[in-house]
Structures are given as C-alpha cells and as structure tokens.
Design a binder for this molecule. Structure first.
Ligand SMILES: *Cc1c(COP(=O)(O)O)cnc(C)c1O
Length: 417
C-alpha cells in the first residue's frame, strides 16, 4: 500500500492547509499599513484565543525563547525562584533560571505524576520572586493543576508572580488566566495552533509588567517592554516572521470558524476535541493491554504509553513509521525506550484518531502482544467517542435552534406566586 505521512507528534503538529496557503501568499513588508493591519488583528485574536485581557507579545523564536524571555525580564541575579518540575520541560525552567543567576528552589514529582500542592505551599518563601511551571508536561503526558497552584499562591499572601509554560496546554486545557491570577502564560506556534515552528507568544499581566521595570537581568532581543511599545503601533521591534504571522491569522480564523466565528467558543471546541482524541486513545491502548504512563493526571496534549515489560518503546515508533508513515514520538532524554507518545493537540480529529488506533492494532498484532485480538482497541475508542459526541454536539446545537447558553426562560412568563 502507499503510505501518507501523518504527524502524531506533540510539536510540530500537523499543518492546517489554510495556514500553509496564507504563508505562501505573505509577500508583504513589515513597515506597511498591510502588515500593521495583519499584526494588530493577530495580536487581538491571540488575546481571545488565550482568553485574557492582558497584552499578548509575539516573538520570533521557538517556545523556549518565550520561556527565556520570562526569566530574563522578570528576575534579577540572586533572586529566589521556585520551579515545579516533573519532566524535561520542568527541568528546562531550572536550567534557564540558573543561567540567569537565580537561586532555584524545586518542587518535583516523579515522571508520570504531578505535584503535591501542600509541598508547593511549603516551598513558597517570603522572598520567592517567581514560580515557574508547565500546564502540561509534554515529556511525560501529565497535566498539572495550574488553578490549584494559583490558589496556593493567592492564599499564601506572598507576591511571587506565576509563570506558566502552556505551550502544549493552550488549546488542550481550559485555562482561566485572569480569573486564576496567572501572570505570564506562554504558547508556541508548532503546537495547538497548527502552524510550523518559529513563533512563541506570551500573555503578560500588569503585575508582571511592573516587575519588569525593576528586574536587572540583561535582555535585548527579548526585551518584552520594547515589543509591547512596538505592538501598540501595530509593529514588532525587529523584522517579524511575517509568513508565520499570516499563518497564525489563518489558523485563528479556522478555530473561530469551528464555532460560527466565535474564537473563544472555538478554543473551547479545540480543547474538547483534544480531550476526546486523548480519551479515545487512552481507552484503546488499555484495551491492547498496555499501561498508561500518567494514568492519574493525563493531559489531553499527548498520551504517554508504556511498552510491554522488556520491550523497547522505540519498536512502536519504528513500526508505525515504517509500515504506516505515522510519526509518533519516543520518550525524551533518559525516557527514550521507556515510553512512546501520541499527540492530540491541534489539527487532529476523529478520523485521525481512529486511523492511528487501527494502525496500533496492526502493530500489536505483529508484535504478538498477549491477549491481542483485532477490534478490541477500536471498539474501546468507538465507545468513548459515542458516549462523548452527543454531549459535545448538544453544547453547540440546542434543539430549539437558538445558540447554546440562551436563557431557558426567554419568552416564558412565570406563573405569579
Ligand atoms: C514544545 C514545548 C516547549 C518548547 O520547545 P521549543 O522546542 O523551544 O519550541 C516548551 N514546553 C513544552 C511543555 C513543550 O511541549
């Protein structure tokens, strides 16, 4: 059979065709009214996508650039900071904070698990300047409780800012930045927004903007204050990644179009979509007799799966690639060989998920997994979809034809008491 290459990787993720066309057509100079119109619209839409009233800053870098920018802009050498770390991306916060001279406290959880909020509470010190965490730890497939950490911070009465790497959390997890009191929320282009790598973005609270004024760490290209000033005029401080910005505009339009032009509702649909794909995948791999690596706090961004005891997880990666051109990822770093990861964030749908489960059955069959029979994983995934889909549809199509969320009492007069 011929094979169509399909990415099931947690970044880069599959590209949205409309975004690819927008990139190809983005032959505009960045100091023109045409670009200013595009940039202003994309920044405004990004705010809606993130779900915040805060300014959003776009950077020409991969996600790590925005992580670095939040460390360099918010800290001074010698500052005490707290990192919540449970995987490769948590460890990246530790390295970054150390690189900028911070005194780093760490609350960690074993790979595959999330932190104990009580431990977070105890680790907060009066002088803690900032807390850094992930919304979803892509290396282990875990979802962390951002609202819980924000609550602990609020209750503590300490004024550390909360910085959340939501690079795979945005578009897979409901996040209420302003309501919870998150100070910096970071996203990246090659994840849920379905475009190529090369852009990162940060939503920044008033408190964080104030802190930047007294922070002493050096910054130049990633000086967020400079970018904010330029953005207010519809421009970026330096030459922007014009083509990627055009792609991002098209992707945000697509997400809005999923909910009749309402971008916030489109984002909620994107989250539900990832959650459904993730739930189908979890049920399928368990039906194959495989164990989830993060059964207690699984993220909808990616599902991490343990191979059968004694087997290298790379076998699944290789078989799916060689036989079906389906690209999944191995574990990162020392997790290589121990887990494989299947992504759900962004441009994945029911059809993609069912196809991958079908291919996984073929691989499980050729590997002669104990107790294997064709159909078990597919049935499990189908049942998950069938039990979720009507709810999802109901949320958007009220049987009365009015938009969902309308008042049930509209036009109905209540009997007098
Ligand atoms: C992808 C990712 C990043 C960013 O990595 P880059 O390679 O710099 O884009 C950061 N954090 C998490 C959780 C990620 O999944």
């Amino acid at each position: 059979m011929i094979r169509k290459t399909r990415l099931f990787t947690p970044g880069p993720t599959p590209l949205l065709p409309a975004a690819q066309f927008a990139m190809a057509a983005a032959d505009i100079h960045h100091r023109t009214p045409e670009f200013r119109a595009l940039y202003t619209k994309v920044l405004r839409d990004l705010k809606t996508f993130v779900g915040t009233k805060n300014d959003v800053i776009l950077l020409a870098s991969s996600g790590t650039g925005a992580m670095e920018a939040s460390v360099s802009n918010l800290t001074s050498p010698g500052d005490r900071v707290l990192v919540l770390s449970a995987g490769k991306f948590g460890e990246r916060w530790v390295s970054l904070a150390k690189a900028f001279g911070c005194d780093v406290d760490v609350v960690s959880a074993p790979y595959g698990q999330t932190f104990d909020l009580e431990e977070v509470r105890r680790a907060l010190k009066i002088e803690t300047r900032a807390v850094f965490m992930q919304a979803t730890e892509t290396s282990t497939g875990v979802r962390h409780c951002v609202s819980g950490v924000a609550e602990v911070l609020k209750q503590s009465g300490k004024d550390a800012v909360l910085v959340v790497d939501a690079i795979t959390g945005l578009g897979t997890t409901h996040i209420n930045m302003d309501g919870w009191g998150v100070d910096v929320l970071i996203g990246g282009s090659q994840k849920a927004v379905m475009i190529p790598p090369g852009l990162s973005y940060l939503a920044v609270s008033d408190r964080a903007w104030e802190l930047m004024e007294i922070s002493l760490n050096p910054r130049y290209y990633f000086d967020l204050r400079k970018e904010r000033k330029s953005a207010a005029k519809g421009e970026s401080a330096y030459t922007p990644a014009v083509a990627l910005i055009a792609a991002l505009g098209a992707a945000l339009d697509y997400i809005a179009a999923q909910a009749d032009g309402d971008l916030a509702a489109g984002r909620a649909k994107l989250v539900e979509n990832a959650e459904t794909c993730a739930a189908m995948t979890r049920a399928a791999v368990e039906a194959l007799g495989l164990k989830l690596f993060a059964p207690e706090a699984p993220s909808a961004a990616a599902t991490a799966v343990l191979p059968p005891p004694g087997m290298d997880s790379g076998v699944f990666v290789k078989e799916l690639k060689n036989r079906f051109a389906a690209v999944i990822t191995n574990g990162q770093g020392e997790m290589k060989g121990q887990i494989f990861r299947i992504a759900h964030l962004g441009f994945f749908d029911y059809m993609d998920t069912i196809a991958l489960v079908g291919a996984l059955e073929q691989v499980a069959s050729s590997l002669k997994l104990p107790g294997f029979a064709f159909g078990k994983a597919l049935v499990a995934a189908q049942n998950v979809f069938a039990s979720r889909a009507p709810d999802e549809a109901a949320r958007h199509n009220c049987p009365c034809g009015r938009p969902i969320g309308h008042s049930a009492m509209a036009g109905v007069s209540l009997p007098a008491r």
